[in-house]
Design a protein around this ligand. Structure first.
Ligand code: PMP
Ligand code: GLN
Length: 379
């Protein structure tokens, strides 16, 4: 059998979590919260299941949830969204990314991806018959050189994928980045897939800049988010795509045949949550900033160099002073011998990468973070 994705194995997140379980290590590798979803959300899910709200929803989503999502976009970014036409509820951001890519990428098209990149982009591009063109960014600032991006564009280029706040670098795009992106998009007739799943998690007063807040950019964008990140419910696999009507029409054609519709009772529970406890969203940045500070504070005396984290729930550490191993070997050693699971940064790159950097997830209880830091401080 000739594989369509010959170079793909099991995702690093599954691998590291399995190793963490096997070696009973503290798992700061795969990104998921150790704490539970809000009580109201769980209660309302239970309520709708027991009330018998258990059949298909409309393919594009439960209308009252679409309304809440549009309301949130208006409140956060000032963008007027037509809930019925422009918001599509999906089975996680992963589905939304996959569908958006299938909607616009044709055989032979190129899509620009910045490395380190989230692992689901490239397989989706390849399955659409396209090719990902990787531009590598590096520590400590992971800045995008837009001149380099301009040089990578040719007649086959169809889209650019951005991710802000960024997994794994924890960097956020600035206004000048969005301005440069807009110039390229307009001049070369491209589309944007904007992965904004950590949109509500930014630190030290950093404001998340959504492509939605710019009419010209939004006109050519698919904006993707995830309730898993916002409501500590990664296992529910619910997210959404906001796109202009013409792009949403194409998106929905594919969403319809990938899954048709997403888990109905959870959509109602999420609508209740946004309606009744909208402040949860506004409190998320402070909640995670405290966690980032607990972890980085507890690592101050270690030999790791802590890189700045502006958003997301990740922190990067440079371990050059701790070990000469490459990052994959170091992470294996760390989980097996030291008892802490982390993700090596090189797996997010397409090209060979010798940076000595690992990613830690701080969506964990303070005691877990302190326990992990105590181990890391001894290395
Ligand atoms: N994009 C990024 C950058 C992510 O970190 C994640 C979650 N790991 C996703 C997309 C996928 O989100 P979901 O779990 O909602 O599919
Ligand atoms: N997004 C999560 C991370 O970056 C993992 C999601 C997954 O396991 N697919 O760790």
């Amino acid at each position: 059998f000739e594989s369509k994705l010959p170079n793909l194995g099991t995702s690093i997140f599954s691998q590291m979590t399995a190793l963490a379980n096997q070696f009973e290590a503290i798992n700061l590798s795969q990104g998921f919260p150790e704490f539970d979803a809000p009580e109201l959300l769980k209660k309302q899910l239970n309520h709708y299941v027991l009330e018998g709200v258990n059949q298909y929803s409309p393919s594009s989503g439960v209308p009252r949830l679409q309304q809440q999502i549009a309301g949130l976009a208006k409140r956060k970014y000032g963008t007027a969204i037509n809930a019925g036409e422009q918001v599509t509820v999906t089975s996680g951001a992963t589905e939304a990314l996959f569908v958006a890519i299938q909607a616009i990428v044709r055989a032979g098209d190129e899509v620009i991806v910045f490395d380190p990149a989230y692992d689901s982009y490239q397989p989706a591009i390849e399955l659409a018959g396209g090719q990902s063109v990787h531009i590598a960014l590096h520590a400590p600032d992971y800045a995008i050189n837009w001149q380099t991006v301009a040089q990578a564009i040719n007649s086959k280029t169809r889209a650019i994928i951005i991710n802000t706040p960024h997994n794994p670098s924890a960097k956020t795009l600035k206004q000048q980045d969005l301005d440069a992106l807009k110039t390229l998009i307009v001049n070369h007739d491209l589309y944007v897939i904007s992965d904004e799943v950590y949109e509500h998690i930014t630190f030290d007063g950093t404001r998340h800049l959504s492509v939605m807040s710019d009419d010209v950019l939004f006109a050519r964008s698919f904006v993707i988010s995830s309730f898993g990140k916002t409501f500590h419910s990664t296992g529910w696999k619910l997210g959404y795509c906001i796109a202009p009507t013409a792009l949403s029409v194409e998106f929905r054609k594919i969403h319809q045949y990938v899954t048709f519709s997403s888990f109905t009772p959870a959509q109602h529970a999420l609508a209740d949550m946004l309606e009744q406890q909208g402040q949860h969203v506004d409190e998320l940045s402070a909640f995670y900033q405290q966690k980032r500070d607990v972890l980085s504070g507890a690592l101050k005396e270690s030999r790791f160099t802590i890189l700045p984290s502006e958003g997301s729930y990740f922190l990067l550490l440079d371990y050059s002073e701790v070990s000469d191993l490459n990052d994959v070997d170091f992470c294996h050693w760390l989980v097996e011998q030291a008892g802490v699971a982390a993700i090596p940064l090189s797996v997010f790159y397409q090209t060979p990468n010798n940076d000595k950097i690992i990613r830690l997830c701080f969506a964990k209880n303070d005691t877990t973070l302190i326990q992990a830091a105590e181990i890391l401080c001894q290395l």
